[in-house]
Design a protein around this ligand. Structure first.
Ligand code: MF3
Ligand code: CO
Ligand code: CO
Length: 264
């Protein structure tokens, strides 16, 4: 069963976590440029989160070593930051960050309130096709968000995302997708970016992440030898956007990870 957030106190913890994650992207996007390493991006992200009293969600999660997932070009998600990975003109990078505020419940259990969000950015000048891939993936996230109202089925979220990919002949990553967010990160429901016939419905108080991943080539992906980095099988570039949302009683969801100045 997925977490249902009822109290204002808990909603505010999710809001704080989401806002902090959004601020990390706002700051990172200012320094993404040819010549910077993905390690430097990771260091800045960790500093921003810790300075705000938060915890980097991903660091140590299932053994992941860093604060950010940074995925370059054919890397789809879960790329590991490294001092040897230097961004160059024409790259496309996805930055995924999680920020946690931890609280101890009355019975001593650790409860994590998490914001999980991803953006894809061009490094310097990229081809028009890649720019359009980035833009279309972002728009598909917004289309999914618009559908994320109480009572909607998972297919009603996936439908508009899938339609945008199909209309532009992008590959849709099939093995990964969005998810519920609970006190220890990922939980049900898993929210794929294509229709599956799912009749599972959203309920008020659920916190979910929607995260479309589109490829310039085919659907297929594989995991590299480092056991984390997911790459496209045909090595074509990929884009990824993600927001964490709070499902409302009626109307549009609250976008917890909205970035400063982000227009939707
Ligand atoms: N941030 C990813 C997601 O959106 C999951 C990252 S798992 C990690 O669901 F271990 F790499 F952090
Ligand atoms: Co994420
Ligand atoms: Co996620």
């Amino acid at each position: 069963m997925s977490l249902i957030v009822n109290t204002e106190e808990e909603k505010d913890l999710f809001r704080r976590a989401g806002k902090l994650a959004g601020e990390v992207h706002h700051e990172l996007s200012k320094i993404v440029a040819p010549g910077i390493t993905t390690w430097e991006l990771d260091e800045l992200a960790e500093k921003i989160i810790r300075d705000a009293g938060g915890i980097p969600t991903f660091k140590g999660y299932r053994g992941f070593p860093c604060t950010l997932c940074v995925s370059i070009n054919e890397e789809v998600v879960h790329g590991i930051p490294s001092k040897h990975k230097v961004l160059k003109e024409g790259d496309v990078i996805s930055l995924d960050v999680g920020a946690t505020f931890r609280k101890e419940s009355s019975n001593g259990k650790k409860l994590d309130y998490i914001g999980d969000t991803a953006i894809t950015l061009p490094v310097g000048k990229v081809s028009d096709r890649v720019l359009k891939l980035i833009e279309d993936t972002k728009i598909s996230l917004y289309a999914g968000i618009r559908a994320a109202i109480s009572g909607a089925t998972l297919d009603e979220i996936a439908g508009p995302i899938e339609d945008i990919a199909k209309a532009n002949s992008y590959g849709i990553v099939r093995e990964y997708g969005g998810h519920g967010i609970g006190y220890s990160y990922h939980e049900e429901p898993f929210i794929l970016n294509y229709r599956t016939g799912s009749k599972t419905r959203l309920k008020p108080g659920m916190v979910i992440a929607i995260e479309p991943m589109f490829n310039l080539g085919g659907d297929r992906v594989k995991v590299k030898k480092d056991k984390w980095t997911v790459v496209t099988e045909d090595y074509k570039p990929s884009a990824h956007f993600e927001h964490s949302l709070l499902i409302m009683e009626d109307g549009a969801p609250e976008i917890l990870t909205r970035r400063p100045g982000e227009e939707i």
